[in-house]
Design a protein around this ligand. Structure first.
Ligand code: ZN
Ligand code: ZN
Ligand code: CA
Ligand code: ZN
Length: 459
């Protein structure tokens, strides 16, 4: 059965192309596409992840109708030109809510929009061919593509009686891909294991202790992880709801297939995030930084930026963000928060809507440029009070910078100690037109506009 389906796999799209194509142009386009697919696995030109900025390339709810992959495809070259190095896509396979699902209720891990099940062929985001075309375009633009992996829970199975506890549950999965059929043995409770660290929304809770589940998810040659990487073309992993299972699951997956890996451990405690990141040998979204920024910018107390964050403990494991598809609590101070994460340590994320719809794209591009060209080295906080914050980056293969954030509604100025003596500096955001010269002792006076920020470095 498996072998037969694997054969189909490559024949079906080609047949569909020619059946669907009415004009010469389309045929030509599809031929070009399939040529590119031959070279899909070539990733030699990708920017190293972490040298730039991550784009979260979706929000809750992107328009339904199967066009999202095409929408993103039109933007990846511009994003790359602006200094983005990777894009994070939503869960890409068929989920219980079919064409309406955002993907977090996974049903068939191998149906990227080509089997008629859960009420549709395509996913909310499009077809498998459209996804592959997007990934090829992103790779051509030197961007890595990060898959959203939901393996805590599954959804959309049939009901069966679990002999372990005698109760009925929706644990019988026979997806049309024919891959990773599941039953109660693959969920909690089973004969080997009763539960793990968390369940989600009452959905059947996958048991990663079961050898068969490990094989199907990441160990087998035909596992989800290897199929996503080698056949679809994903380069890295964002794991959803990692509080729901133990960190070794992420570690084993990553060690099996490699690639940049980040977990959504939704917790504001920096120590807990550090513990998880160390256990999983992966990065974690810096929810500590997120909540401190919310308290600082929305609570009007920039002293909160002195508090503990994951990036301060381990910058190489911190993925910073201002908002995401689940949470958007920083409103007034959102540009200030972006100025913060794009000048500080950690791997910063930009949210699709902030970039494409809500904020000033030129301003964000300026901060991305500053991140990629000036924001190197360790960090020292030079000053903080309720409405002012000044920090310096000490430089690493670049000059470093001084960032000055102002949450008051009037201009402010301040003498600060930089790393530069007798040097003319300027504000790379263009908010201030001062070009002061630092003293021999490296002190200089800088300024910042109301509810804004300035970023200083040698002219
Ligand atoms: Zn288990
Ligand atoms: Zn989540
Ligand atoms: Ca779980
Ligand atoms: Zn989420």
């Amino acid at each position: 059965m498996k072998t037969l389906l694997n054969t189909y796999w490559f024949l079906v799209p080609i047949t569909l192309f020619f059946l669907a194509c009415s004009s010469e142009d389309q045929v030509q386009e599809e031929l070009e596409l399939s040529k590119k697919e031959v070279t899909r696995s070539s990733r030699s030109g990708l920017k190293p992840i972490g040298t730039g900025v991550l784009m979260q390339a979706f929000y809750w709810d992107v328009p339904a109708g199967g066009n999202w992959w095409n929408t993103v495809k039109t933007k990846v070259q511009d994003w790359s030109d602006a200094g983005i190095d990777a894009i994070w896509l939503p869960p890409a396979t068929k989920a219980q809510n079919g064409a309406f699902s955002m993907g977090y209720d996974p049903f068939d891990y191998f149906d990227f929009g080509k089997y008629d099940q859960m009420g549709s062929v395509e996913t909310r985001f499009g077809s498998e061919a459209e996804l592959k075309s997007l990934i090829n375009t992103a790779h051509t633009a030197n961007l890595s593509v990060i898959a959203d992996i939901v393996i805590n829970h599954n959804s959309g199975g049939q009901s069966e009686v679990n002999p372990v506890n005698g109760q009925s549950n929706w644990t019988k999965f026979t997806p049309l891909s024919g891959r990773f059929n599941r039953d109660y043995n693959d969920f909690h409770p089973n004969h080997n294991h009763s539960s793990d660290t968390g369940t989600f929304g009452g959905f059947p809770d996958l048991c990663h202790h079961q050898v068969r589940v490990q094989n199907e998810l990441w160990k087998n040659a035909e596992s989800v992880a290897k199929y996503y990487k080698n056949t679809i073309g994903f380069d890295g992993w964002r794991f959803d709801y990692v509080k729901g299972f133990e960190p070794w699951v992420v570690k084993d997956w990553k060690n099996e297939v490699g690639g940049f890996t980040v977990g959504e451990y939704w917790d504001g405690n920096a120590g807990t995030l550090e513990w998880w990141a160390n256990q999983a040998e992966a990065s974690a979204f810096d929810f500590a930084c997120y909540y401190r920024m919310r308290d600082a910018f929305e609570g009007n107390n920039l002293n909160k930026l002195n508090d503990d964050m994951l990036w301060k403990r381990n910058s190489t494991k911190s993925v910073t963000f201002v908002t995401n598809h689940d949470t958007n609590e920083i409103y007034q101070g959102k540009m200030l928060a972006y100025a913060y994460i794009l000048t500080h340590e950690g791997y910063p994320t930009i949210f699709y809507r902030d970039y494409e719809e809500w904020l000033n794209k030129e301003r964000l591009n300026n901060l991305i440029w500053i991140h990629n060209n000036l924001a190197g080295g360790t960090t020292n906080i030079l000053y903080a009070d309720t409405d002012e914050y000044v920090a310096k980056r000490n430089g690493y293969n670049n000059s470093g910078l001084v960032v000055y954030i102002n949450n008051a509604d009037y201009w402010q100025e301040r003498w600060v100690e930089t790393n530069w003596s007798n040097t003319t500096i300027k504000d790379y955001t263009g908010h201030s037109n001062w070009e002061p010269v630092t003293q021999a002792g490296r002190w200089v006076k800088i300024q910042v506009p109301p509810k804004s920020y300035s970023v200083w470095a040698p002219k």
